[in-house]
Design a protein around this ligand. Structure first.
Ligand SMILES: [Fe+2]
Length: 319
């Protein structure tokens, strides 16, 4: 009989997240185990797999428990280059050619604000599984925050004002020109070739629209506003609308209940892209950092492109 998985809370006091200990390619074939893992994902929104085999095969075994894989929507985003599955992207800091931002006077690579993936698209992928390949010795943590908890923590007036509004996103609004929740000290030092290519691709892509708050299957309201690719509030791209969106984004940026994951080899992470926001703390630009992420299909059915455009990012963006 194969070893059983153990599923426990991620961290005491956190309103989301579980640890799955001891998953193997073998025991993830077991129907009861798959059901337990999938249920933990649905209930807790974030899973940290510990003590797992470091291989693309294991990454796919975990991904396939959560759903079928799909290709990434942005062509300019680097692929992992294996033929095992579509849509495995390579998040690789090329120290010679990567985005470098300055925050509080320090040059940083890999920094990303709170966001959900594929906001610039009409469909939102269900999840991704992140596998560390090269871990930064310092920095480069991935932060996760729960949209259900964020909604509950909003001041009452913000809850009332933002609920029912839609947010406009566009592929071309990147970290270096982000508008909402932007750290005061942020400035671009260098933009990568990939970043330039994504901006070029973005010229052909319509703007997408997603609700700021939506209600999940459990009947919980989810605050689902990203700070990346964010353009404004649909129908309120004016100073008043911008001020409201800025207040909501500041609330998200300042949230106290985030979990920051310090990566170790032998771990993989997945999160519910319809509920959990994530971010990356930067690291020194001379430090290599590399991750592979799968793209698990699915859609919550609430996003669309402006003007009923059918084709969005024919490439996949950087988020
Ligand atoms: Fe992301």
């Amino acid at each position: 009989m194969s070893k059983q998985v153990e599923i426990v809370e991620l961290q005491e006091g956190l309103p989301f997240g579980s640890r799955v200990i001891g998953a193997t390619q073998e025991n993830l074939k077991d129907e009861a185990t798959r059901t337990a893992v999938k249920q933990a994902f649905e209930d807790r929104g974030f899973l940290l797999f510990e003590e797992v085999e470091e291989s693309p095969y294991m990454q796919l075994a975990i991904s396939e428990v959560l759903g079928p894989l799909k290709d990434h929507p942005v062509a300019a985003v680097s692929r992992a280059g294996n033929d095992l599955a579509p849509g495995v992207i390579d998040i690789n800091s090329d120290v010679e050619d990567q985005v470098i931002l300055e925050l509080e006077g320090k040059p940083l690579a890999n920094w990303l604000p709170w966001h959900f993936d594929h906001a610039y698209n009409n469909e939102l992928n269900r999840a991704g599984v992140l596998r560390p390949i090269v871990i930064a010795p310092e920095g480069g943590l991935t932060g996760f925050a729960d949209g259900v908890d964020l909604y509950r923590s909003l001041p009452e007036h913000l809850r009332r004002e933002i609920d029912g509004l839609n947010v406009v996103y566009h592929l071309g609004t990147m970290t270096w020109n982000m508008r909402f929740g932007r750290p005061a000290s942020l400035r671009a030092i260098r933009v990568s070739t990939e970043g330039v290519n994504v901006e070029e691709e973005a010229k052909k892509v319509p703007r997408s629209v997603h609700p700021a708050v939506w209600t999940n299957k459990a009947g919980e309201k989810v605050l689902h506003v990203g700070l990346l690719h964010t353009v404004g509030i649909e129908g309120h791209e004016d100073p008043e609308g911008d001020a409201l969106l800025e207040e909501v984004c500041r609330h998200i940026a300042d949230n106290a209940n985030a979990y920051y994951h310090q990566w170790k080899l032998g771990q993989m992470v997945t999160w519910d892209n319809w509920r959990i926001l994530h971010c990356v703390t930067g690291c020194d630009a001379s430090i290599p950092r590399r991750m592979h992420r799968t793209t698990i299909s699915g859609d919550y059915g609430l996003g669309y492109f402006e003007g009923d455009a059918k084709n969005g990012a024919g490439a996949d963006a950087m988020a």
